[in-house]
Ligand binder design. Structure first.
Ligand SMILES: NC(=O)C1=CN([C@@H]2O[C@H](COP(=O)(O)OP(=O)(O)OC[C@H]3O[C@@H](n4cnc5c(N)ncnc54)[C@H](O)[C@@H]3O)[C@@H](O)[C@H]2O)C=CC1
Ligand SMILES: O=C(O)[C@@H]1CCC=N1
Length: 271
């Protein structure tokens, strides 16, 4: 399968890195990127073909992955030729709805909306997917093949759920990095060296995530098992609850969901 990325920024780079690492041939990957620095970086890092504009050679692919910012998508779609040649279009833009992208592509309807995340770079991503009815089962499997090369996938039947997918797993790595950053900071403030705090924080997140994956029990049960009566964890969790950590966290995820919906509404109105 030959894949062309339209937009070669952070997320395209993570996906390309993951694809190349998991055995996709760099010769089958092309990137259309307006920035000269971005093109040079992608050529150097992954040996992929890079183009400044969507020429026929750049668009000679089976799947066209739209990876520009949501605010750049309308212009990027307008830069494509009027008639796409049956390529499967996959948009990874936050918020943007399938119907609006189809309209910007003059009614082209072979479009999948996907929401990956940056751990795709190491093959540990998770991507939510949904598609327009015109996308065949074989084409859905094609989209799945690309995204499963960099992690796992999850289809949602109702496109409205993509905002929640974006809020939970698209933006999710940032919440986990904030957690690691904060745990590390707390550790150094308690007298650990930055290196010690970093190792303890990262290995703790990794171990807890692996335990959660391998366990049939709910996260709440695993949490209770760490929490000895009258012990240290109980002291920590009580303080965190008092300080509104849970409410703050849920409000944050809700804000991401609302922003995704808002981006879809605002940018979708754009003709
Ligand atoms: N960063 C992340 O963790 C995730 C991002 N996304 C989505 O991926 C998309 C890209 O996000 P990032 O990579 O973070 O942004 P970015 O700004 O790093 O990348 C966008 C790239 O597109 C290029 N570009 C803009 N207009 C262009 C055009 N007309 N033709 C060719 N290239 C063009 C820009 O020069 C830039 O390099 C967004 O729509 C975002 O919602 C989705 C999942 C996760
Ligand atoms: O922050 C954003 O808008 C993008 C979408 C999900 C992760 N990054």
């Amino acid at each position: 399968m030959r894949i062309t990325f339209l937009g070669g920024g952070n997320m395209a780079s993570a996906l390309i890195g993951g694809l190349v690492k998991t055995g996709f041939s760099a010769a089958d990957i092309a990137v259309i990127e307006v920035g000269a620095q971005g093109r040079a970086k992608l050529r150097l890092m992954y040996g992929v073909r890079c183009y400044e504009a969507p020429t026929a050679a750049a668009l000679d692919c089976d799947a066209l992955l739209l990876s520009v910012k949501p605010q750049q998508m309308h212009d990027a779609c307008a830069s494509l030729p009027k008639r796409l040649k049956q390529q499967l279009v996959i948009s990874i833009a936050a918020g943007l709805r399938l119907a609006d992208i189809a309209r910007w592509l003059d009614g082209y309807a072979k479009i999948v909306r996907a929401m990956p995340n940056t751990p795709a770079l190491i093959g540990a991503g998770i991507t939510g997917l949904c598609a327009l009815p015109a996308v065949s089962m074989a084409e859905r499997l094609g989209a799945e093949r690309i995204l499963q090369a960099v992690g796992s996938t999850l289809w949602v039947a109702d496109e409205a759920q993509m905002d929640a997918v974006t809020a939970v797993s698209g933006s999710g790595p940032a919440y986990v990095f904030l957690f690691i950053e904060t745990l590390q900071q707390a550790g150094t403030e308690l007298g650990l060296t930055p290196l010690q705090a970093r190792q303890l924080a990262i290995e703790t997140v990794l171990g807890a995530a692996k335990l959660a994956v391998q366990s049939d029990e709910a996260a709440a049960v695993l949490r209770e098992r760490v929490t000895s009566k009258g012990g240290t964890t109980e002291a920590a969790l009580q303080m965190m609850e008092e300080r509104g950590v849970r409410e703050g966290f849920i409000a944050g995820v809700q804000a991401a969901n609302a922003r995704s919906r808002e981006l879809g509404e605002l940018l979708g109105k754009d003709s």
